[in-house]
Design a protein around this ligand. Structure first.
Ligand SMILES: [Zn+2]
Length: 83
């Protein structure tokens, strides 16, 4: 489903998907409408004009956890000086 040649969800738009199922133009247009409060992501998703984010509930601290997971670095992560 993550087809590199997938087309924008907006009818008649032939541009390639940039993010969330929309081309770069329509993605920024949708984001602008959400910011201005004239649309909501939930409403756009319900109407099939926006896809759910891949990592729907990922927040910054979760991203940090992803980076830390399985890390060999201990403590502060600062390399100790050569002995
Ligand atoms: Zn588009």
């Amino acid at each position: 489903m993550n087809n590199r040649d997938a087309k924008c969800l907006v009818p008649a738009c032939e541009r390639k998907v940039y993010a969330r199922g929309l081309c770069a133009n329509h993605r920024s247009q949708a984001a602008g409408m959400v910011i201005r409060g004239v649309a909501s992501e939930e409403d756009l998703m319900r109407r099939g004009l926006l896809l759910r984010p891949k990592y729907a509930e990922t927040r910054k601290r979760d991203v940090a956890a992803i980076f830390m997971e399985g890390s060999d670095v201990e403590g502060s992560g600062v390399e100790p000086p050569e002995a």
